[in-house]
Design a protein around this ligand. Sequence first.
Ligand code: NDP
Length: 313
Amino acid sequence: MARLIISADGPEKFDIWKKAFAEVAPDLSVLSWYASETRLQPSDYVLVWSPEADHYPALATAKAILCTGAGVDHLLNAPGFPRHIPLVRMGGEQTGQLMADYVTWAAIALLRQARTWALQQAEQRWACNTIARTTDATRIGVMGLGHLGGYVATHLARVGFRVSGWKRSPATLTGVTVYAGQEALSAFLETADILVNLLPSTPQTDGIISKEFLKRLPRGAGFINVGRGRHVVQTDLINALNAGILCGAVLDVVTPEPLPATSPLWTHPSIIITPHVASEASPLMQAQYVAEAVGQMERGEKPALLCDPQRGY
Ligand code: NDP
């Protein structure tokens, strides 16, 4: 029987995970990383989020590490993290659905300038901002067309947006115009009335959303960040909003997190902030995904969302 050791979310959340795995994978032996009797064996799988550095020597002896996050930059960037052990990122149907729902909400909020309504409501002020912009007349560009970006782009196309996407390697995706590589970036940005960032954080993508980059968008574009805060040069974003280069931004990820109370992002009249909540599947759905990935590895198969540490995602 395969063994899964749970370190994710600390000792206090172990019972929630144990219950979820008991429901979806009763054959999996689930143990707490923090139980004094738990001794890691080379055939064990470990579920982590952000383990302490003193866990790394033991993690280096595991068969595979599975992360409760789809982004694993915090692990790959941590000095001493055992990058040679297979690392599987979070995925699954519900993770994609939640992200697609969030981005659809954010895109329509930008289209209708919903931030204005929230500001007015806080002042109990009734003022009509009627905006006749519809999804079918709006071009939306998704940067990063991986597990989540692909899901989001096809969903936005079904909703009625005119969708394009940008990724490293060429691909085809139903209802989506795909641009590939650095040489296609300008052409892609010109098509984005709303830009969605779903890139992973890597040395190539950190700081990509800069002054020069934002100027290549159609004037008055909207911006949704669900990738990582590190992708954005924050002062360039604020300047672009103040100059009308952007009409508004919805930021689920920022730097640092939690966002300090002193950050100007909180009070900017064109920014909606959400606290990194776009897509976190329920423990049951995450357990189902993890159990399937463990099953694949037990059969000698390669899980779809196996991270490539050289590539950084
Ligand atoms: P994937 O690894 O599946 O997809 C990454 C995509 O980005 C791929 O299409 C890849 O291209 C593309 N890409 C990577 N580097 C470049 C580059 N230099 N230039 C152009 N394209 C590039 O990741 P996921 O879709 O699973 O997740 C994306 C990110 O979303 C995560 O890394 C994380 O940061 C963020 N996230 C945010 C959450 C939230 O709640 N806000 C929740 C979960 C994740 P190619 O296909 O050609 O390799």
